[in-house]
Design a protein around this ligand. Structure first.
Ligand SMILES: O=C(O)C(=O)[C@H](O)CO
Ligand SMILES: [Mg+2]
Length: 261
């Protein structure tokens, strides 16, 4: 069975954020991730992890002005100083939380920016970030996000475009964050695609499609995918990043089935 984590930004929306840790542990998750830790003191988050025996699996670098629609600043040439500051802040949180993986959101490309300007800036920022994180034993993740439904304009939309950027950095501690939901929308052929990129994948997330809800609400065969991950020997985390269609504990039959098998 894969090591399952709960994304606390999306799961348990029925609870205040800090109460989601205990709920996730009670429901059988071993790890948690969330989009951003920065609104809470790191020590407070650490206490929740320790009290509930949970591993902090991942969080994202500061994304710019999220409420204004920004989805990362790593591809934006005028924002490199802000990117650097955000990296420092993320590193401080990672140290306190014992977190070994940080995701870098590449960002949306404004029309005023050419594709190659965005890509060059992204590669340079990723390289700098990876070099800063390497001595701390932290792996930088890069995620491809679907541009058809959720994030039109996001600069990395397939596993292949994300891997090309990772290759261009030449840094060994950058890996692909493979989100099954986004990849189903952009490319499909999930098991073969995961198998093809297995040695480059550092982290996996999932939701069913369409709707981005729990497994069983859409078209993806999760039983088959989770078995395939075991068969391939995938040893990283697999994180539930979906919008529950009902109260979260009622959406976890996939976890019970995976635990039973
Ligand atoms: O949207 C996703 O799939 C993510 O994993 C990012 O962290 C947030 O946009
Ligand atoms: Mg994701």
């Amino acid at each position: 069975m894969p090591n399952f984590a709960a994304n606390l930004s999306l799961l348990y929306p029925e609870l205040p954020f800090l109460e989601r840790f205990v709920a996730a542990a009670r429901d059988g998750f071993l790890g948690v991730e969330y989009l951003f830790p920065y609104s809470w003191p790191a020590q407070e988050l650490r206490d929740r992890l320790v009290d509930n025996g949970l591993t902090q699996v991942l969080f994202n670098l500061p994304p710019g002005d999220w409420d204004a629609g920004e989805r990362g600043i790593a591809c934006l040439p005028g924002r490199t100083a802000e990117f650097e500051d955000g990296l420092g802040q993320a590193l401080e949180y990672a140290r306190v939380l014992g977190c070994r993986q940080i995701n870098c959101l590449a960002g949306l490309r404004p029309e005023s920016l050419t594709e190659s300007e965005a890509r060059d800036t992204l590669v340079e920022n990723l390289r700098r970030a990876a070099r800063k994180l390497a001595p701390e034993g932290i792996t930088l993740m890069v995620e491809a996000i679907n541009t058809r439904v959720d994030m039109p304009g996001f600069v990395l939309d397939t596993a292949e475009t994300a891997l090309a950027v990772i290759d261009a950095t030449g840094e060994p501690n950058i890996r692909l964050q493979y989100d099954i939901y986004h990849m189903q929308i952009m490319s499909g052929d999930l098991v073969r695609s995961i198998e093809r990129h297995l040695d480059r994948i550092g982290h996996i997330q999932f939701a069913d499609n369409p709707g981005r809800h729990e497994p069983g609400t859409g078209e993806i065969n999760f039983g088959s995918i989770f078995s395939a991950l075991d068969r391939m020997g995938y040893s990283g985390w697999v994180s539930a990043e979906y919008h529950p269609s009902v109260a979260t504990p009622e959406t976890l039959s996939w976890l019970k089935s995976a635990t039973a098998s």
